[in-house]
Design a protein around this ligand. Structure first.
Ligand SMILES: [Fe+2]
Length: 280
């Protein structure tokens, strides 16, 4: 595994260590799954991805207070993946919030929106569920409030703003955990610089000016709606929110959303990447 180390200074009495892991992309199918899912599992499964995840878990349990997984733990919806998710996430050391692939039926075959997500969610529930919340999750670790929010289709929803405000009222410093990073100029520039052939940057909250470089499809897919813009404004203005942990991009990056709000993007867990965040 490849470990990145970062420090966040928010004046804690006692340090808290988190291992941030994202995008493990495990892929399994079993006798309950159809042939297309078996083909996907053959194509995307690798023993290495699984080995890295278990290395991350072992390292975190030995060295950190919690492992924060920001989604795409699995590559697509299958009975086998749901069973495996339940097994992995039954370990109370791991905090989880879903990414886009958690709801993907056949990886990029359909237009993915709230209805699509709900259909997949109900299928996962039918198979017994992940055993942990997927759309919203919170946990206090050593005096830090970890708040996981599903923004996997580049959107936030008003109920999430309402619940986040309730969390802020608890008076503890908040670390946000969600799959898709927020727009930030240097991250946007870095993405296009390193992947000039890409037709988008896969960020949440990209304004019309910056969407101009996107293909028509990607602009439509990733354009923020009103609740999303409201949520981003709230995140930027809420002093209790001290950092954001995200993934989705499969590369690591660190920048500031506002003067006092860093955003940590961590590279693909499938590739061994993890970030140890020491909060002091
Ligand atoms: Fe993703």
């Amino acid at each position: 595994m490849e470990l990145i180390r970062s420090t966040l200074n928010i004046g804690l009495e006692k340090p808290v260590k988190l291992l941030h892991v994202t995008d493990s992309h495990l892929a399994f199918a079993d006798e309950h799954d159809d042939e297309r899912k078996h083909k996907l599992a053959q194509r995307f499964h690798s023993a290495e991805k699984e080995k890295y995840l278990y290395e991350h878990i072992a390292y975190s349990k030995a060295n950190c207070d919690a492992l924060i997984h920001t989604g795409d733990l699995f590559d697509f919806v299958s009975h086998a993946n749901t069973v495996k998710a339940r097994e992995i996430l039954s370990d109370a050391h791991i905090f989880f919030i879903a990414g886009n692939h958690e709801y993907s039926q056949y990886v990029g075959e359909a237009w993915e929106d709230k209805a699509y997500r709900m259909n997949s969610y109900m299928q996962i529930e039918r198979d017994g569920g992940f055993g942990v919340p997927m759309l919203w999750n919170t946990r206090v670790v050593g005096g830090v409030n970890i708040v996981g929010i599903d923004n996997s289709y580049y959107l936030f929803e008003d109920w999430q703003i309402h619940r986040l405000k309730k969390e802020s009222e608890k008076g503890l410093p908040i670390i946000l955990a969600f799959h898709d990073p927020l727009f930030e100029q240097s991250l946007y520039d870095y993405h296009f610089e390193h992947s000039p052939a890409e037709s988008c940057t896969y960020l949440t909250g990209v304004d019309e000016k910056h969407l101009e470089r996107y293909s028509e499809f990607r602009a439509y897919q990733q354009r923020p709606d009103e609740p999303t813009l409201r949520m981003i404004e709230y995140i930027k203005s809420e002093p209790m929110i001290r950092a954001i942990l995200t993934g989705h991009l499969h590369f690591s990056f660190e920048s500031n959303i506002t003067e006092n709000l860093p955003q940590f993007v961590t590279g693909g867990g499938y590739d061994g990447c993890a970030r140890e965040l020491t909060i002091i």
